[in-house]
Design a protein around this ligand. Structure first.
Ligand code: HPA
Ligand code: MG
Length: 220
């Protein structure tokens, strides 16, 4: 196997591996909103690389889908950009092939982080009625997976697939991995591309590492 492809126990690719010692790119090499100058350490994954990887995930999803309809369940807020771009790529592939794939998009909201720490209480909003999922193929996007899967499975869809842009290398994660993974990254707190620190940095295109002063500036 190539060094930068993660292989899961069942042989599936776990995405592009970013090693623990990856220093990221200097901020001087890219443009980013001026209001975040001083708040970031580095560009961890440039926006263009995210988009290129997402395009490939869209193709993998299309290949696996068969003739199922698709119900996309976007996990807000952090998953909105990935979901939008992934759906966009799937639509483009569907346009450029003979297969026309009916697709519906629903939204659910999860919240579990305060500052850069995961809190014990996971809030699920918008999940009261997931009955629309019955008999459909789902591609979920988001990171707080386990709790959500239990909710979704109760409605007995034909097929459930989870797409996650990022998987962090933490041991307990491997028990519950997305079917489609963009990047496997070190266990660091990252922001941008809709991922937030106390609601800031969602308006940053690249995935970046926040600086110590940035953490203090936006701390609650
Ligand atoms: N950044 C932002 N939100 C998150 C992260 C992260 O690294 N991990 C889980 N939620
Ligand atoms: Mg958050």
């Amino acid at each position: 196997n190539m060094a930068d492809v993660a292989v899961q126990p069942d042989g599936r690719s776990g995405g592009i591996v970013i090693e623990d010692d990856w220093p990221g790119y200097s901020l001087d090499l890219f443009s980013y909103p001026a209001h975040y100058s001083g708040d970031l350490d580095c560009v961890f994954i440039p926006h263009g690389v995210i988009m290129d990887r997402t395009e490939r995930l869209a193709r993998n999803i299309m290949d696996d889908l068969g003739d199922h309809d698709i119900v996309v369940l976007c996990v807000l807020k952090g998953g909105y950009q990935f979901c939008a771009d992934l759906v966009d790529r799937i639509k483009a592939l569907s346009r450029n092939s003979n297969r026309s794939i009916p697709m519906r998009v629903h939204f659910i909201r999860l919240k579990s982080y305060l500052n850069d720490r995961s809190t014990e209480d996971l809030h699920i909003l918008g999940a009261e009625d997931l009955s629309f999922l019955a008999g459909k193929a789902i591609v979920g996007t988001g990171k707080t997976m386990k709790t959500l899967l239990k909710h979704v499975e109760a409605f007995r869809p034909k097929m459930i697939k989870v797409a996650g842009l990022l998987v962090k290398r933490v041991p307990h994660n491997w028990a519950c991995l997305p079917d489609y993974v963009g990047f496997e990254i070190p266990n660091r707190f990252v922001v941008g591309y809709a991922l937030d620190y106390n609601e800031y940095f969602r308006d940053l295109n690249h995935i970046c590492v926040i600086s110590e002063s940035g953490k203090i500036k936006y701390k609650i």
